[in-house]
Design a binder for this molecule. Structure first.
Ligand code: ARG
Length: 440
C-alpha cells in the first residue's frame, strides 16, 4: 500500500496494522481526484511560499519543496488514498525530511477545499467561453438565414410570424443568463480556505490572506469551520450547469422537431447526424437527443450533492469526498453538449421556403388583422371575435404579409427591431471572450 515514506497512509501514526484492502478500495478517491493535481500543486506551492515567508520552515527548503511540487505526476499504478496523499508521498520520495515539512499548518480538509475551488474557478471560466461559442453559432444562423420568416409557437401551435434571427436570439439570451451564472459560480469558488487547517486553524503564524492573494483569489475565509465544510460553490456550479443544460435541452428538442420529416424546416449536416443500424434511410438527430438526455442526468447530480450536504454536522465529513465526481462529470457534460450544439448550428441548413410557407398560412397574422380593426376604432374584444369568426368560416388573410406584420412590431425587444439585439449579443460575446483566465 502506498502512502508516506513509511509505507502507510498520511494518518498511519495513529492506527495499527494496515488498512483492509476492501476498505482502501472504498475510501480511496485517487481515480477521481487526480484531476485536481495541477490545482493542488499550485495551492501547495502558495502554501510553502507562505511557510517560507513566515519563517515556519527554512526559506531554502521552501524553495526546494516548491520546485519539487512542480515535478509531481500521477505515477502508473499509484494506490494512494487520494491525490493529496500522492503529492506528499512523492515529495518525501524526492526530498526526504524536507518533503515532510509541507503539511505544516495544513490539513487535507482545507487542502482539498482549496484545490477543488481552484478547479471550479477555472472551469466556470471555461464554461463561459463554451457558452460564447454556442451563442456565436446561433448568431451565425441569424447571419445566414435571419430574415427567413417562421411561425413562432405557443402550445406548439402556430402563433405569430417572427424572423429566424429573433428566434435564435431568444436562445442566445437564455445562454447569456447562463454566462452570468457561470461568472457568479467562478466568483463563489474564488475564496481561499487555506489556513483553516483541519477545522480550527493552526497555532503556527500562517498568513491566509497572503496565500489567497498569491493564488489570485478574491479573499480568504472568514470562518475556519465554514471554510472546510462549505461546498456551496460546487452546488452553484452544478446548478449553473444544470440550467444551462436545460436550455441546451430545449434547443435540442427544437432541432429534433425542425429536422423531422413532419416539419422539414432544417437539416443537420451529415457530420453531426447519425444513421440507423437497420433502416437505411435514417438520418437521426442523436446529437440533439443527447443534449436533451444529458440535462436529465445533470438535474440528478445537483440533487445528489444537495442531498449529500443536507445532513452533515459541521465541519468536514468524509461524505464530502463524494462532491467531486458529480461536479467533474457535470462540467464535462456541459462543455460537451455546448460544443455538440455549436457544431449542429454551424452546419444547420434551413429550408426557408418551408418555414415561410408555414408562417404565411393566412392565420398567423390574425392578431394583426384584429389590431387593424382596433386602429379603426373597434374595441379589441369585438375585433377578436370578428377575426375568429372569419377564420372559423375558412377565411385566410394575405394582408398583412408576415414580413409586414413583423415590420410593424417596433417596440424594444420586438421582432421588428431584432438587429439591435444582434448587435447587443455580439458585444456581450466579445465581453465574455475578453475576460482573462484565472490562474491556475
Ligand atoms: N479525499 C478527501 C476528500 O476528497 C480529502 C480530505 C480527507 N480528509 C480527511 N479528514 N479524511 O474529501
Amino acid at each position: 500500500m502506498a502512502g508516506t515514506e513509511a509505507g502507510g497512509p498520511l494518518w498511519s501514526g495513529r492506527l495499527e496494522g494496515g488498512l483492509h484492502p476492501d476498505v482502501l478500495a472504498l475510501t480511496q478517491s485517487l481515480d477521481i481526484d487526480q484531476r485536481l493535481l495541477p490545482y493542488d500543486v499550485a495551492a501547495s506551492q502558495a502554501h510553502v511560499r507562505m511557510l517560507g515567508r513566515q519563517g515556519i520552515i527554512p526559506a531554502a527548503e521552501a524553495a526546494q519543496i516548491e520546485d519539487a511540487l512542480g515535478q509531481v505526476t500521477i505515477d502508473d499504478g499509484a494506490t494512494d488514498e487520494d491525490v493529496h496523499s500522492l503529492i506528499e508521498r512523492q515529495l518525501v520520495a524526492m526530498l526526504g525530511d524536507t518533503g515532510r515539512r509541507v503539511h505544516a499548518g495544513r490539513s487535507r480538509n482545507d487542502q482539498v477545499a482549496t484545490a477543488f475551488r481552484l478547479w471550479c474557478r477555472a472551469h466556470a471560466y471555461r464554461l463561459q467561453l463554451a457558452v460564447a461559442d454556442l451563442q456565436q453559432a446561433l448568431l451565425g444562423v441569424a447571419e445566414r438565414d435571419g430574415t427567413t420568416v417562421l411561425p413562432a409557437f405557443t402550445h406548439l401551435q402556430r402563433a405569430q410570424p417572427v424572423p429566424l434571427a429573433h428566434h435564435v436570439a431568444a436562445h442566445a439570451w437564455a445562454l447569456q443568463r447562463d454566462v452570468g451564472r457561470f461568472v457568479a459560480a467562478q466568483d463563489a469558488a474564488n475564496v481561499s480556505p487555506l489556513g483553516a487547517g483541519a477545522l480550527a486553524g493552526s497555532s503556527l503564524p500562517l498568513d491566509p490572506a497572503g496565500v489567497a492573494d498569491d493564488l489570485g483569489m478574491r479573499t480568504s475565509f472568514v470562518n475556519s469551520l465554514d471554510a472546510v465544510s462549505d461546498r456551496d460553490f460546487a452546488a452553484d456550479l452544478l446548478y449553473a450547469c444544470a440550467l444551462c443544460l436545460v436550455h441546451c435541452s430545449r434547443m435540442g428538442e427544437e432541432l429534433i422537431l425542425w429536422t423531422s420529416q413532419e416539419f422539414g424546416w432544417a437539416a443537420l449536416a451529415d457530420d453531426v447526424a447519425t444513421g440507423s443500424s437497420m433502416m437505411p434511410q435514417k438520418k437521426n438527430p442523436d446529437v440533439a437527443e443527447l443534449a436533451r438526455g444529458r440535462s436529465g442526468t445533470a438535474i440528478g447530480r445537483l440533487t445528489g450533492l444537495l442531498a449529500t450536504m443536507k445532513g452533515l454536522p459541521l465541519t468536514y465529513n468524509r461524505d464530502l469526498q463524494e462532491d467531486k465526481e458529480g461536479v467533474f462529470a457535470q462540467v464535462d457534460a456541459t462543455i460537451g453538449v455546448l460544443r455538440l450544439l455549436q457544431l449542429a448550428y454551424e452546419g444547420l441548413t434551413i429550408d426557408a421556403a418551408k418555414m415561410r410557407a408555414a408562417a404565411a398560412d393566412g392565420t398567423t397574422v390574425a392578431t394583426d388583422v384584429a389590431e387593424a380593426l382596433v386602429r379603426g376604432g373597434m374595441p379589441f374584444r369585438d375585433a377578436h371575435t370578428e377575426v375568429a369568426t372569419r377564420i372559423a368560416a375558412g377565411e385566410r388573410f394575405d394582408s398583412p404579409t408576415p414580413e409586414e406584420a413583423i415590420a410593424a412590431r417596433q417596440g424594444p425587444g420586438m421582432p421588428g427591431r431584432v438587429n439591435e439585439q444582434l448587435t447587443e449579443l455580439t458585444a456581450l460575446i466579445a465581453t465574455t471572450r475578453a475576460a482573462s483566465a484565472p490562474t491556475p
